[in-house]
Design a protein around this ligand. Structure first.
Ligand code: B12
Length: 210
């Protein structure tokens, strides 16, 4: 019988095919899609983070884990979506310029979508200019920026400054997330809020749009 520990271990070891098989087994056994993400896939990826910081795992292995995680997420993602429910709001998500980390940001997107938000995922390495252009085009209620590097988190500030210059800051809430950022940093750069994980990101968006 497949279980969550096994799934986490398969993500950690970057075993794409096994992850796919285990996710399917868990679904067949009636496990909830959200639990598969939170109790299995994320647990494995968090352990990757720990081992990577201790130099016990290296980039090629991390990429294999990331790929395995993505395959698992791709299976459960369609099952999370809420059909024709009226949109709770539109969120434009982007990983900031210079930053290629997108796993966490994509999870935030999935969680928002499964809670009725419309998500425009602008991808990774997105410049302040590109974010502002997309914002003018799609008129989102919220812009969510992700950064995982201490060197790229300042791009969030640049983006907010550009939004002010272009006159769109007042109409759009800005939230931030990612390992190096915090509520203090959010206040410092005059964002509207920080959330430490995908689930709290949903709560934050709901509060800001209430
Ligand atoms: C996977 C990974 C990679 C992968 C990324 C693959 C991908 N497609 O994303 C690869 C191998 C490409 C990579 C590359 C690099 N990485 Co890297 N990477 C990681 C690692 C191990 C895991 C990140 C991850 O996916 N975590 C799992 C997800 C689920 O968690 P999360 O990202 O934190 O997201 C959650 C929250 O933060 C929040 N959240 C995230 N975004 C947002 C956005 C909003 C709006 C909100 C509200 C919330 C929110 O919700 C998410 C879900 O709950 C971290 C270690 C760590 N401890 O984080 C290092 C880490 C981030 N990387 C690091 C480094 C140094 C690098 C490299 C420079 C390495 C190198 N020498 O080349 C490059 C940089 C590449 C670049 N230009 O971006 C450092 C950063 C150090 C620093 N302080 O700046 C870390 C912390 C590792 C370490 N301890 O040294 N990396």
């Amino acid at each position: 019988m497949a279980n969550y520990e096994q799934l986490a271990m398969e993500v950690l070891k970057g075993k794409k095919k096994l992850v796919i098989a285990t996710v399917n087994e868990l679904l067949a056994a009636g496990e909830k899609p959200l639990d598969i993400i939170n109790k299995g896939l994320i647990v494995g990826m968090s352990e990757v983070g720990v081992l990577f910081s201790q130099n016990k795992m290296f980039i090629p292995e991390v990429l294999m884990s990331a790929k395995a995680m993505e395959e698992g997420v791709n299976i459960v993602k369609p099952l999370l979506q809420v059909g024709d429910m009226q949109s709770a709001g539109t969120v434009l998500l982007a990983t900031v310029q210079g930053d290629l980390h997108d796993i966490g940001k994509n999870l935030v997107g999935i969680m928002l979508e499964s809670n009725g938000f419309t998500v425009i995922n602008a991808g990774k390495d997105v410049s302040p200019e590109a974010i502002v252009t997309l914002a003018k085009e799609h008129k989102p209620d919220v812009i969510g920026m992700s950064a995982m590097l201490t060197t790229t988190m300042l791009m969030m500030k640049d983006t907010i400054e550009l939004m002010k210059e272009e006159g769109i800051r007042d109409q759009i809430k800005v939230i931030i997330g990612g390992a190096p950022v915090s509520t203090d940093f959010s206040n410092e750069i005059t964002a509207d809020g920080f959330a430490p994980d995908a689930l709290s990101a949903v709560g934050l968006c709901k509060r800001l749009l209430a």
